[in-house]
Design a protein around this ligand. Structure first.
Ligand code: NAP
Ligand code: F7E
Length: 434
C-alpha cells in the first residue's frame, strides 16, 4: 500500500478519545478493512459506524472539537476495540492529510457537512467551505498520501441537487437545479468526484440520497421537530407547533437502510453514482396529520398561506399548528421523489439484490413492510419515544434506547440490538429529567 506521498511522512498524534484502545487499530496486517468516517457524530455516521463494526471493520471517526458534548450518538461505541475517534475538521487540509497518512483507510465515507438547508442561507460561505471545498481537500489528501489506487471514497450527495425539479421522479440522469447554498456546495462536491474519477481513475462514488430519518435525526429537521412537538403537546408541556411550508413533499426513508446502501455502493467493482430513495413522496402536512393521529388527535385545517392553522377536530378553538414565515426558505424545494431503479438493478451482493431489504418493501419476505408502512414506522418511532417522555430524559445510552424502539416497531434486528441488555442498562442508569 502506498503512503509515501507528500503527506505520507507527516507525523500525527491521533486523539485517543476513547479509552483502552489497542494500538493495533492503525495496522491493516490482519486483513481487516479500515474505514474512515467524517461526520461520525451525526445521524448517518453513527449508524454507519455500527454497521461497519458489525462487519468487522476497523472504524475511525472524525469528531469536531466542541465546547459541549457532541458525541451522544456514538458514546456506546467507545469501548469497542475496533473503534477510534480523532479530532478533525473538513476545513483543515493538513489535519485531513495527517489523518489519511496515519490511518491509510481502505474506504472513506465523507458524511461530514453543514447539513441544514435553511441554515445554509445564513452561513453560505462556511457551507461552501465545508460541504464543497472540504470534499476537494479530502480528495487531494488521498492523492497526496498516495492512496488513490487503494482507497475507495463515498460522497454524501443529496436529492437537494435536484432542487427545482426538472423531472419526476428524479434519477441519476435528471439535471440538477440547486436551490440553496447547501445544494450549490454539494453540486461542487458532486462534480469534483466525477472529475477526479475521470482524471485520475480513482474509486469515487456519489450516493444521491433522498431524505432519511430515524430517532437519531437532528431535532431541527422537520420530522423530529413535528414528532417531538406532538409528544410535548400530548404531555401538556407545549401548546402549539410552528412550521414553515407544510406543502413541501419529500421522499422519506430510514437512515439505517441508507447507510447499508452507502456501504454497498463502495463494494462495487467500478465506482459510480446512485440514487437511493423509496420512490414515494409525502407532504409535511400529511406527516403532521399522521403524527397527531398517533396521540388520538385529528387535525383539521382552516385559513390560507401564513394564516392557515391546524386545529383539533374535537375543539375548533384548540389551534395546535401555526404557520410562521420565519421557517420559510428564500427558495424552496417543493417536490422530491426518487427513482432508485439503478441502485436496485446495479447494487447486487453475492448474486442477490439485498438493497433496502428490511424496511423498504421491495418484494416479499418475512421482514418486509410496505413503503408506506415504513413512513409510518419512522413516524411512530419518533412519537413513541417522545410520548414516553424519553426526549426529556438523559440516559447514558439513549441512542441504543432509540434503536430498541425501532426494533420493537419494525420487529427486526431484535437480537442484534440485544434488547434485554439495553433494558437492563436503562433500568440501572441514573435517569434524570431535564
Ligand atoms: P448530521 O446529522 O447533520 O451530521 C453531520 C455531521 O457532520 C456531524 O457529525 C457534524 O459534526 C459533522 N460536521 C459538520 N461540520 C463539519 C466540519 N466542518 N468538519 C467535519 N465534520 C463536520 O447529518 P446526517 O443527516 O447524518 O447526514 C450525513 C451526510 O449526508 C451529510 O453530508 C448530509 O449533508 C448528507 N445527506 C443527508 C441526508 C439526510 O436526509 N439525512 C440526505 C442526503 C444527504 P457535529 O456533530 O460536531 O455537528
Ligand atoms: O425540511 C419544510 C422545509 O429541514 C423538509 C437534510 O438532511 O434532507 C434534509 O433537508 C421540508 C422542507 O429537510 C419546517 O421547508 C416546513 O421543505 O427536514 P428538513 P430538507 O431541507 O429536505 C436533504 C436530502 C439533505 O441533504 C439535507 O442535508 O420541510 N419545513 N416547516 C420545515 N423544515 C424545517 N426544518 N423546519 C420547519 O419548521
Amino acid at each position: 500500500m502506498a503512503g509515501s506521498g507528500a503527506c505520507g511522512s507527516a507525523h500525527t498524534s491521533p486523539v485517543h478519545i476513547n479509552r483502552q484502545q489497542p494500538p493495533s487499530i492503525f495496522t491493516n496486517t490482519d486483513g481487516q478493512k479500515v474505514a474512515l468516517i467524517t461526520g461520525v457524530t451525526g445521524q448517518d455516521g453513527s449508524y454507519l459506524a455500527e454497521f461497519l463494526l458489525k462487519k468487522s471493520y476497523k472504524v475511525h471517526g472524525v469528531i469536531r472539537r466542541s465546547s459541549s458534548f457532541n458525541t451522544h450518538r456514538v458514546e456506546h461505541l467507545y469501548e469497542h476495540p475496533n473503534f477510534r475517534m480523532h479530532y478533525g475538521d473538513l476545513t483543515d487540509s493538513m489535519n485531513m492529510c495527517q489523518l489519511l497518512s496515519t490511518i491509510k483507510p481502505d474506504e472513506i465515507y465523507n458524511l461530514g457537512a453543514m447539513s441544514h438547508v435553511k441554515v445554509s442561507f445564513d452561513m453560505s460561505e462556511y457551507t461552501a467551505d465545508v460541504d464543497g471545498v472540504g470534499v476537494l481537500r479530502l480528495l487531494n489528501a488521498i492523492r497526496s498520501c498516495g492512496l488513490e489506487r487503494t482507497c475507495k471514497f463515498y460522497q454524501a450527495s443529496t436529492s437537494e441537487l435536484y432542487g427545482k425539479v426538472r423531472e419526476i421522479p428524479q434519477k441519476e440522469t435528471t439535471p440538477f437545479y440547486p436551490r440553496s447554498p447547501y445544494a450549490v456546495a454539494k453540486q461542487f462536491a458532486f462534480w469534483s468526484l466525477v472529475n477526479y474519477r475521470e482524471a485520475f481513475g480513482m474509486h469515487l462514488s456519489n450516493g444521491i440520497l433522498f431524505n432519511h430519518e430515524s430517532p437519531r435525526r437532528g431535532a431541527t429537521f422537520v420530522t423530529r421537530k413535528i414528532t417531538r412537538a406532538v409528544a410535548a403537546i400530548h404531555r401538556g408541556t407545549q401548546s402549539q407547533l410552528e412550521l414553515g411550508n407544510i406543502d413541501a413533499k419529500r421522499d422519506w426513508g430510514h437512515a439505517k437502510d441508507y447507510v447499508e446502501g452507502m456501504w454497498m455502493i463502495l463494494q462495487q467493482e467500478a465506482a459510480d453514482d446512485f440514487v437511493l430513495a423509496t420512490g414515494e413522496t409525502h407532504s409535511v402536512r400529511e406527516f403532521v396529520e399522521k403524527a397527531f393521529l398517533e396521540v388520538g388527535i385529528t387535525i383539521k385545517w382552516r385559513g390560507e398561506a401564513v394564516n392557515e392553522v391546524g386545529y383539533d377536530s374535537a375543539d375548533d378553538n384548540r389551534v395546535l399548528v401555526k404557520i410562521n414565515p420565519k421557517y420559510y426558505r428564500p427558495t424552496e424545494v417543493d417536490l422530491l421523489i426518487g427513482d432508485p431503479s439503478k441502485a436496485k438493478k446495479g447494487i447486487r451482493m453475492a448474486g442477490k439484490n439485498v438493497f433496502l431489504r428490511s424496511r423498504q418493501g421491495n418484494g416479499g419476505g418475512r421482514h418486509q413492510t410496505s413503503r408506506l408502512r415504513q413512513f409510518y414506522t419512522v413516524l411512530k418511532t419518533h412519537t413513541a419515544l417522545c410520548r414516553a417522555g424519553f426526549d426529556k430524559l438523559i440516559v447514558p445510552n439513549d441512542c441504543i434506547l432509540a434503536e430498541l424502539f425501532v426494533s420493537r416497531v419494525s420487529k427486526t434486528d431484535r437480537k442484534s440490538w440485544r434488547a434485554a441488555r439495553v433494558l437492563r442498562d436503562i433500568r440501572a442508569a441514573p435517569v434524570r429529567v431535564v
